[in-house]
Write a new protein. Structure first.
Length: 137
């Protein structure tokens, strides 16, 4: 199921088929950004509903604020981008098959990790930026 969701993500987003190609491209980074944005929206929903959900990300803790969630994802996106740029530079500088394999693995594993979180959250009913549920009076 997870692999199917990853494949669907790659096919839906324009140019994500470049992920399988052996060259630098912004498409894999955009694919990761798109899935991470959905994950962030779902995590904000978790943060808005501490009586219904607990976050499992150890950095954020079980009940982060929506502001902490957004700051975390902004920092994480910047770090992910920096790692991707660094790997592209290593591949360009060395033309090494080993660095190409590392870059390909980085792309695949980070997109898969984000996709796994998104699929899990949807499976338990968490949608991005859902309105706060009010209990009946």
């Amino acid at each position: 199921m997870l692999r199917l969701a990853l494949l669907a993500t790659m096919l839906i987003l324009p140019g994500c088929a470049d992920l399988a190609l052996d060259r630098g491209s912004v498409a894999p980074e955009l694919a990761w950004d798109a899935v991470a944005a959905v994950d962030m929206g779902q995590t904000v929903t978790i943060a808005r509903e501490p009586s219904l959900y607990s976050e499992t990300n150890e950095v954020l803790g079980p009940h982060p604020t929506p502001e902490h969630v957004e700051a975390y994802f902004a920092a994480f996106a910047a770090l992910h981008y920096a790692g991707s740029v660094w790997l592209d530079r290593e591949v360009d500088a060395t033309d090494s098959k080993a660095w190409r394999a590392v870059r390909w693995g980085w792309r695949l594993l980070t997109i898969e990790d984000e996709t796994r979180a998104v699929v899990h959250n949807f499976a338990i009913g968490i949608t991005p930026y859902a309105p706060v549920q009010r209990s009946p009076k």
